[in-house]
Design a protein around this ligand. Structure first.
Ligand code: CU
Length: 301
């Protein structure tokens, strides 16, 4: 099926659904803007329980994002093939167990949905926040300057349901220059910052990992909250791009958590092998992403 045909199907279906809802007089205007009340909850007392929940979630042996359908929800791209470019429009929707596009989401970390995109060789990582329209279609420009197969992860919580991460492939036509997985190193540099990783990943166990940020040899102690935390960590298993989204222990304003240089995470690697870690942090008004390769291996006895 070509892209246009698929998207036309979307639209017709939506008109029918909206028509039916209007006839019943029951349509509540889809809330496109992010509700301020939910943001306040996420910044406040709600965060502690959320962090506990996310740690429980990663303790599950199966990473997220391996399938486009889970718990009845499905991630559908309007088109699964695009041409390489610096701002390629991507459109998608999440359908619920009855096949209807989801328009109502619970804010997590200040956003209704987090979209992670990375090429299958783990190059070209991006973490973006698409906009939702009234029909349940999400839109965002992607920076896919090189060709290849990309994995698209939607990390979200449908209103009244559990958080989940769905994943699907996006084929990008263009020159493909596959990269070797960078070797495992304890430090990464990005935009003039050095990030040092302290800790080991152990398969099937929860490990404490500290990522410490410095610039020009000086520890950075004025990290800025980004999406309600001092750091966001995505770990992808290199064999299949199994997805772990890990939040730090503690949060800004809890009276305990320092604004750097160290950011502490509890990470549960579901199996032995290589992982690529992507740390988003904010300093001096800009967001940076540090990348590491880490090997999870059992402790030598
Ligand atoms: Cu996000």
């Amino acid at each position: 099926m070509n892209a246009t045909g698929k998207f036309a199907g979307f639209t017709v279906g939506l008109v029918v659904i909206f028509g039916a809802a209007l006839a019943l007089g029951s349509v509540a205007g889809p809330d496109v803007a992010e509700p301020a009340a939910h943001i306040a909850e996420d910044d406040g007392h709600g965060t502690a329980s959320h962090d506990t929940a996310s740690h429980d979630a990663v303790a599950d042996a199966t990473p997220g994002g391996l399938t486009p359908t889970a718990d009845g929800y499905t991630l559908e791209l309007a088109s699964d093939q695009v041409t390489a470019g610096p701002a390629v429009p991507l459109q998608f929707r999440i359908t619920d167990p009855t096949g209807v596009p989801v328009t109502d989401y619970t804010v997590e970390h200040e956003k209704l949905l987090h979209l992670i995109v990375v090429r299958r060789d783990l190059a070209g990582f991006q973490h973006v926040h698409p906009t939702l329209d009234a029909t349940g279609t999400w839109s965002v420009p992607l920076d896919v300057g090189r060709g290849g197969d990309y994995r698209v992860f939607a990390d979200f919580t449908p209103a009244g349901d559990e958080a989940l991460t769905l994943g699907t492939d996006l084929r990008v036509a263009g020159t493909y220059d596959p990269q070797e997985l960078p070797a495992a190193t304890p430090t990464a540099t990005v935009d003039g910052y050095t990030v040092a990783l302290d800790g080991m990943l152990r398969p099937g166990e929860t490990s404490n990992v500290t990522l410490s940020v410095s610039r020009d040899g000086q520890p950075v102690t004025d990290l800025q909250p980004y999406l309600g935390a001092y750091g966001h960590l995505v770990a992808l298993r290199t064999t299949d791009l199994g997805y772990l989204h890990v939040h730090p222990d503690g949060h800004p304003g809890d009276g305990v958590t320092a604004a750097g240089p160290g950011i502490d995470f509890a990470v549960t690697a579901p199996s032995a092998g290589d992982y690529r870690l992507f740390l988003d942090f904010q300093h001096a008004g800009a967001v940076h992403t540090a990348e590491f390769t880490v090997t999870a291996a059992p402790e030598e006895k």
